[in-house]
Design a protein around this ligand. Structure first.
Ligand SMILES: CC(C)(COP(=O)(O)OP(=O)(O)OC[C@H]1O[C@@H](n2cnc3c(N)ncnc32)[C@H](O)[C@@H]1OP(=O)(O)O)[C@@H](O)C(=O)NCCC(=O)NCCS
Length: 163
């Protein structure tokens, strides 16, 4: 097994393996293979795949919000269970924020459910590392947006940074 995990922009051919990784990473919502394929293709510049020996073990999907291009929205972060706790998620976010395609990005947003301790830890850690403030507000609400079928998603805003 290779020691190194290679981080890079995904390609469309990674879509199917990304789909399988997401399915292994509860509690992430699963999307269609086609959706993951589009993330890997159209949103490659704002997404990251982590590969060990060609196997997809980590993934970050994101995009710049069309009406606020200074804001990177991080859609999902997934790390295979055997690779967790070694900083891979933090490294993927760092790798993404250092890309040339992030020129002009000064804010990061994501949404997190209240009970996802690992995700809160990941983004609190990122805010500290970027020396940027983090604010959180109710965003997509359990009843109003999900008809009670999904926990409330909190909006997390980190920034401004790079200013
Ligand atoms: C969340 C997730 C991506 C973190 O991946 P990871 O590579 O293990 O994270 P890192 O090693 O980079 O750790 C980042 C920070 O989170 C902390 N952390 C990681 N897992 C944790 C857990 N289960 N509980 C509490 N804190 C945790 C780490 O200690 C670290 O903080 P520190 O640097 O202050 O010590 C991974 O657990 C995962 O894929 N979970 C399932 C999917 C999910 O919930 N994704 C996030 C929602 S988009």
């Amino acid at each position: 097994m290779s020691k190194e995990i290679e981080l890079k922009a995904p390609e469309s051919r990674d879509g199917n393996a990304v789909h399988q990784l997401i399915a292994r990473c509860k509690p992430l919502d699963e999307n269609s293979v086609y959706c993951n394929l589009l993330q890997c293709d159209h949103f490659a510049n704002t997404s990251v795949v982590g590969k060990r020996d060609e196997a997809v073990v980590g993934f970050v999907s994101g995009y710049r919000i069309p009406s606020r291009m200074n804001t990177l929205f991080v859609w999902q972060v997934a790390v295979d269970s055997g690779e967790r706790g070694t900083g891979l998620a933090s490294k993927m976010l760092g790798h993404l924020l250092e890309r040339d395609s992030m020129n002009g990005v000064s804010m990061l947003e994501t949404t997190i459910t209240k009970d996802n301790d690992a995700s809160w830890a990941l983004f609190n850690r990122l805010a500290k590392r970027m020396n940027a403030p983090l604010e959180k507000t109710h965003h997509y609400e359990a009843d109003a947006h999900f008809n009670g079928a999904h926990d409330t998603e909190w909006l997390v805003r980190i920034g401004p940074f790079n200013s």
